[in-house]
Design a protein around this ligand. Structure first.
Ligand SMILES: CC(C)(COP(=O)(O)OP(=O)(O)OC[C@H]1O[C@@H](n2cnc3c(N)ncnc32)[C@H](O)[C@@H]1OP(=O)(O)O)[C@@H](O)C(=O)NCCC(=O)NCCS
Length: 236
């Protein structure tokens, strides 16, 4: 999330639409799983974060590469989730998950849920967001990290990005990702979860209010970056 920008451009669809099969008398069941991201997710995360930049009309600020994401999000195998940058990924599949996520962590058990949709989802980027050679596809992610609201004398989580791919929106998937962060905050005894939202992004503001969050009118972000930040080099 970055500076204010113009309203979103819709994400281009590079591939023809594919209707996911899977109709039953119950409707269209879709299997969902929230899990921790691993280094092998970096290529997909790079694409998702780029889609977020396109959505926010901020591609001029996008300089992330797969390599820079790898080295900064996953600098060490001993880094514990929730104590630094952490990403939950939302996997979806038309059949029950048979694989175990390639990385299990004692601090978080993946959560699965079956959602029955009235209509099938047409995912024009299905192959782009396929996980390896599996029949699992990534539908969204949330990136967050601890902060410290000193007045509460308790840590909190700051949600940097929450993103559900366009064709999967309004089906409760954003709620699943955000709830996973909020539930983790409660579990750890944290006092707050917050997220920056661009002022034109009324849909996201509605979403966060629906999740129980309160919009702060009095808060502005002051950001030091780029040349203004580099001007401090060697000034000590
Ligand atoms: C914001 C976002 C994550 C919501 O994800 P989602 O999967 O569509 O949200 P959900 O289906 O879980 O919505 C839960 C509730 O939030 C509200 N809501 C969600 N999207 C909304 C919209 N576009 N307009 C109005 N209300 C909305 C609704 O009350 C919805 O419940 P309902 O569908 O039963 O009415 C998704 O729209 C997105 O990725 N947007 C682009 C990126 C972004 O803006 N991120 C947030 C800032 S970092």
């Amino acid at each position: 999330m970055a500076a204010a920008a113009r309203p979103p451009l819709s994400t281009p669809a590079p591939e023809p639409a594919i209707t996911l099969p899977g109709t039953t008398s119950l409707g269209h069941p879709i299997f969902t799983r929230v899990r921790l991201a691993t280094p092998s997710d970096v290529p997909l995360l790079h694409k998702l974060i780029h889609q977020m930049a396109v959505f926010e009309n901020l591609t001029h600020q996008f300089s992330a590469t797969e390599s820079s994401l790898s080295s900064t999000l996953f600098p060490s195998t001993t880094l514990q989730p929730f104590h630094s940058f952490t990403i939950f990924i939302l996997d979806i599949s038309l059949t029950p998950f048979t694989d175990t996520p390639n990385h299990t962590n004692p601090l978080y058990n993946p959560t699965e849920k079956v959602v029955n949709l009235d209509l099938p989802i047409e995912d024009p980027e299905r192959d782009t967001f396929r996980v390896g050679n599996s029949d699992t596809f990534v539908a969204g992610f949330v990136l967050f990290f601890p902060n410290y609201p000193s007045f509460l004398a308790k840590p909190g989580f700051f949600v940097e990005d929450l993103f559900v791919r366009e064709c999967y929106r309004r089906k409760g998937f954003g709620k699943m990702l955000f709830s996973a962060v909020a539930m983790q905050a409660v579990k750890m005894g944290y006092g707050r979860v917050e997220c920056g939202v661009l002022d034109w992004n009324a849909n996201a503001i509605n979403f966060f209010e629906e999740m129980g969050a309160k919009k702060l009118h009095e808060l502005r972000i002051c950001r030091l970056t780029g040349e203004a930040l580099q001007a401090y080099r060697g000034t000590d």
